[in-house]
Design a protein around this ligand. Structure first.
Ligand SMILES: NC(=O)c1ccc[n+]([C@@H]2O[C@H](COP(=O)([O-])OP(=O)(O)OC[C@H]3O[C@@H](n4cnc5c(N)ncnc54)[C@H](OP(=O)(O)O)[C@@H]3O)[C@@H](O)[C@H]2O)c1
Length: 237
């Protein structure tokens, strides 16, 4: 049983999918939350029962630098501290290696890499001040191996793993611990077109959220750099 924890955690993409499940799991454990979403109205529905005394909602568009800065500043202003960041916002678009898909590569880079990078840079001083700051980046098994034809998505997720290690090294002495969470298929909108495996045989968002909660709760002396999670057997991960 995890102890109640009132640290302040920022979660991007908190209105649906994995981000929403993480928000729910952390709320249930007592955390104070700052939820970043493109459409705060959509989030209203997803988190109607959350106590506004410990949950704030803020517009977050990964491509918008000013909005990102405003979200971090508003979180620090409201709670006076930031102890954790869960980078869950992300996109999956087809970007094969041999097709002319440069715009899609750029979109993957902007949302999946620049978004988390910018949030990390802005939140890091607060996480350092915490002494037990945490970052969980939603990478993917696609950040550990290349399978299928989507080179662009895999490249963006390899970059997220690299970002995680770079941040881990930068923040270690100040108690910041960083985890690249690397799941296979998770049953969300992102893979609603996939039928092998079927949704019920994929990782469930609530199960992944439990792992995030565990990573956040572990002490500075038990850090998980990478956490691969499988719903089916693979050769190397
Ligand atoms: N599902 C999987 O199989 C799987 C596996 C491994 C890793 N992941 C990773 O896990 C993370 C969450 O994925 P998911 O499955 O929860 O996907 P999802 O259900 O499609 O949700 C994606 C989230 O990202 C937000 N988002 C998309 N573009 C954004 C932008 N430009 N700015 C800000 N927010 C944006 C979406 O907001 P809106 O509602 O406004 O669109 C939504 O909240 C992603 O990084 C994904 O790559 C997913």
């Amino acid at each position: 049983m995890l102890a109640v924890d009132d640290r302040v955690i920022m979660i991007s993409g908190a209105n649906r999918g994995i981000g929403q499940a993480v928000a729910r799991a952390l709320y249930d454990r007592g955390y104070r939350l700052s939820l970043g979403v493109r459409d705060p109205a959509a989030l209203e529905t997803a988190s109607r029962d959350f106590d506004p005394g410990r949950v704030m909602r803020q517009p977050y568009e990964a491509r918008d630098r000013a909005a990102t800065e405003a979200w971090v500043a508003a979180t620090a202003g409201r709670f006076g501290q930031i102890d954790g960041l869960v980078n869950a916002a992300g996109i999956l678009v087809p970007a094969g290696f041999e097709e002319d898909a440069e715009e899609r590569y750029e979109a993957l880079w902007a949302v999946n890499v620049m978004g988390p990078l910018r949030l990390t840079r802005l939140a890091l001083p607060h996480l350092r001040a915490s002494g037990r700051g945490r970052i969980v980046n939603l990478a993917s098994l696609s950040g550990k191996r290349v399978a299928g034809g989507n080179a662009g998505y895999a490249m963006s997720k390899f970059a997220v793993v690299a970002l995680s290690h770079a941040t881990r090294q930068a923040g270690w002495e100040d108690g910041v611990r960083v985890t690249a969470l690397c799941p296979g298929y998770v049953a969300t909108d992102m893979v609603s077109e996939v039928d092998d495996p079927p949704a019920q045989a994929m990782i469930q968002p609530a199960d992944l959220a439990q792992l995030v909660a565990t990573v956040l709760a572990l002490p500075n002396t038990a850090s998980i750099a990478e956490l691969p999670v499988n719903c089916r057997l693979e050769d190397t991960v």
